[in-house]
Ligand binder design. Structure first.
Ligand code: Z5A
Length: 211
């Protein structure tokens, strides 16, 4: 039987470079002959991608609670259908956002509170913890500037600055409580510097995980 794979996640606010660094991490893992499944949330399954579309483009109002439950529905399906089977078969999983995002955006940004997010995850037995999380962090205005070039913002991206400030604070508070898992990377630095730091942290992780 193959040993269980490792679960790596990327987190952070808009425009911090999750996609850019995800591609970099994927290439590094592949260069080490690690079989990696790359996926994202919300999304990652057919149902999840349909929920993603609704979450980002719903034309009717979406309550904070409904938003949290749709994120969780996507996460449950994704965990059961994609992430757990991959990890159990020995594959590694690299995921663009996972549960930490709900603590940041719905718990912090939408002000539902962290306990509500934790209770819902517990009710749905979403208890999988990433082995390492890269939290890409930078001032919000700079991230939004990077995103401005991308055209029309989606439903969540249209939120006011205070929403993103609360989400960032929740992310950083969570990282402070779990420093062994959540590695905060200064994402405002030039890309070469960001990737040098991501690479350093990834190498440490690989060395301690037989990668
Ligand atoms: N959401 C939620 O509320 N609750 C949840 O539980 C979950 C998600 C799971 C979708 O996320 C939305 O869902 C998101 C949170 C919410 N909403 N918002 N707002 P997403 O991950 O699909 O969307 P995103 O956060 O907007 O990410 P993104 O658009 O893919 O951006 P990114 O991946 O972080 O950045 P990037 O595409 O890699 O880089 C952006 C640009 O900056 C690009 O031109 C790069 O070339 C450039 N870049 C990257 N790094 C650098 C550096 N270091 N210097 C200069 N330029 C750089």
């Amino acid at each position: 039987m193959s040993s269980r794979g490792r679960f790596i996640t990327l987190e952070g606010l808009e425009g911090v470079g999750k996609t850019t660094n995800r591609e970099f991490i994927e290439a590094t893992l592949k260069s080490r002959d690690i079989n990696v499944v790359v996926t994202r949330e919300p999304g990652g399954t057919e149902l999840g991608e349909q929920l993603r579309h609704l979450l980002l483009h719903a034309s009717a109002p979406v309550s904070a609670e409904a938003e949290l439950m749709m994120m969780a529905a996507s996460r449950k399906q994704h965990t059961v259908d994609v992430i757990e089977p991959a990890l159990q078969s020995g594959k590694w999983v690299l995921c663009d956002r996972y549960a930490d995002a709900s603590y940041a955006y719905q718990g912090g940004g939408r002000q539902l509170g962290l306990d509500v997010v934790a209770s819902l995850h517990s009710l749905l037995t979403i208890d999988l913890q990433p082995d390492i999380t890269f939290l890409l962090d930078m001032p919000i205005a700079d991230g939004l500037k990077r995103m401005a070039a991308r055209g029309k913002p989606d439903r969540i991206e249209q939120e006011e600055l205070a929403f993103f400030e609360r989400a960032r604070k929740a992310y950083l508070q969570r990282a402070a409580l779990q420093p062994d898992r959540m590695k905060v990377v200064d994402a405002g630095a030039p890309l070469e510097q960001v990737q040098a730091r991501v690479s350093e942290l990834l190498m440490q992780f690989l060395d301690s995980n037989n990668g």
